[in-house]
Design a protein around this ligand. Structure first.
Ligand code: FBP
Length: 344
């Protein structure tokens, strides 16, 4: 007998146990229907000639490729027929208002990491779902704790859905033949303490004192204050890094740095940091800026960036502790920054 549990059957079970989640479940089912089309687009993009050249810039000045726009179109067409009041997309300057009677507001990054596509590195779609507050637009300015579900698809060797719903995080894998997602890891837990970090180390000279002190100590290994040897990974694709951290732990850092435009980091709060923080916390991990819990932050501007440090709970706490003990200045502002004990 086939013991496998499909996304469809899990969603039906959730909606019948928790009727308040019925519209959320409908939206997730819709996104899951759209994902194979985007995965197929990604898989065949070089043949179609649409990975490469930038065709414009988005609201934040990031280059936009034809494939970013195509993925955005697929997702937003899907959302039109679902109980969605408004959508914020990385590819849209302003929110799009959909059904005024619907009770959900969605923020999406339709194709995160598309700069990696020429190299056949995993990319993905990130989504964040919140209940509509007093009106659709103001809902996007509520803290990340208002999310009722979040997750991401990874288009890689496998097409994966990581879904934070109903207080837990499940991982599904697309069965291409049956055209359905199958539960492959239920209630995933981020290992509490994995000596592995992920950061774009080429920016070291631009980092603030605390991040530099933390990473320098990781690099010092057993001879450093942590007394542990660390491994390093950097894929340059948020969805791929997040999936790795869920499966085997570690800490991911995209901090603020002194480069123009990076004083608040690189990643966007509404459709990158908030959903990843919900996934991490519901899987037993943590997500902060080094000083503040990401889920407690409210958006000031729709496409606002934020420093993101996430992953194994003990690792994130260690980074936060360094932020308490090391002066928060950029080296370019003050070459000598104070340093006390790191892992206390
Ligand atoms: P986009 O949202 O523009 O796709 O950029 C996000 C991202 O690609 C993340 O997936 C990744 O973590 C980060 O940028 C890599 O940045 P960098 O190239 O500075 O290391």
């Amino acid at each position: 007998m086939d013991q496998r549990r499909t996304l469809h059957s899990c969603l039906i079970a959730t909606a019948s146990q928790t009727p308040a989640l019925a519209s959320v479940v409908a939206v997730i089912a819709g996104l899951a229907d759209a994902a194979p089309e985007i995965a197929e687009l990604v898989a065949t993009a070089p043949i179609r000639g649409i990975t490469g050249e930038a065709v414009g810039t988005n609201t934040d000045g990031d280059s936009q490729k034809e494939i970013d726009i195509a993925a955005d179109r697929i997702i937003r067409q899907t959302l039109v027929s679902l109980p969605v009041a408004a959508v914020v997309s990385e590819e849209l300057e302003a929110p799009e208002l959909l059904s005024s009677s619907a009770d959900l507001c969605i923020a999406i990054d339709p194709l995160d990491g598309s700069a990696n596509l020429e190299n056949n590195v995993s990319v993905g779609t990130i989504f964040s779902i919140r209940k509509k507050g007093k009106d659709a637009l103001s809902s996007f300015f509520e803290p990340g704790t208002m999310q009722v579900a979040a997750g991401f698809f990874v288009y890689g060797p496998q097409t994966t859905l990581v879904l934070a719903l109903d207080g837990k995080v499940d991982i599904y894998t697309l069965d291409w033949h049956a055209n359905e997602f199958v539960l492959t890891t239920a209630s995933v837990r981020v290992p509490a303490d994995t000596p592995e970090f992920a950061i774009n180390a080429s920016n070291r000279r631009h980092w603030m004192g605390p991040v530099r002190a933390y990473i320098d100590d990781c690099l010092a290994g057993q001879g450093g204050e942590s007394g542990k040897d660390y491994n390093m990974r950097w894929i340059g694709s948020l969805v791929a890094e997040s999936l790795r951290i869920l499966m085997r732990g570690g800490v991911f850092l995209y901090p603020s740095d002194a480069r123009p435009g990076y004083r608040e980091g690189r990643l966007r709060l509404l459709y990158e940091a908030h959903p990843m923080a919900l996934v991490m916390e519901w899987a037993g991990g943590a997500a902060t800026t080094g000083r503040h819990r990401i889920l407690d932050l409210s958006t000031r501007a729709l496409h606002q960036r934020v420093p993101l440090i996430m992953g194994s709970a003990r690792g994130v706490r260690a980074v936060d502790a360094v932020h308490e003990s090391v002066e928060p200045m950029f080296e370019s502002d003050a070459p000598l920054f104070a340093r006390r004990g790191l892992f206390r």
